[in-house]
Design a protein. Structure first.
Length: 102
């Protein structure tokens, strides 16, 4: 079993057990355009995808909801599901500080 940790702008896969002290795998590094400051942690769905939020960055600078999808070769693909503040006066919200709920 592995754990997931979001650190600043990087999602890391952290192994547990004996290997935990010495190895980790970077799943994705946020660039700002796809979000920044993933403050709230990540959540898995039943298919093994990871979801998270960022409190900054994205198309309008007010945060994103993103998805990380595992590929068969061990890599992960990131997609932005929503950039906050797309509506007038940020009616869709901005700077989320909680992880998404499925």
């Amino acid at each position: 079993m592995s754990g997931i940790l979001a650190v600043l702008a990087t999602a890391l896969l952290l192994p547990t057990g004996a290997a935990a002290a010495s190895t980790f795998k970077v799943l994705h590094e946020l660039t700002g355009k796809d979000g920044a400051n993933p403050d709230a942690g990540l959540i898995f769905d039943a298919a093994g995808n990871l979801y998270g939020t960022t409190s900054a960055g994205g198309a309008f600078g007010k945060g994103t909801v993103f998805k990380l999808t595992p590929n068969s070769n061990g890599s992960w693909t990131e997609s932005v599901l929503h950039s906050f503040c797309v509506l007038t006066n940020c009616a869709d919200g901005f700077n989320p500080l909680a992880r998404p709920h499925l």
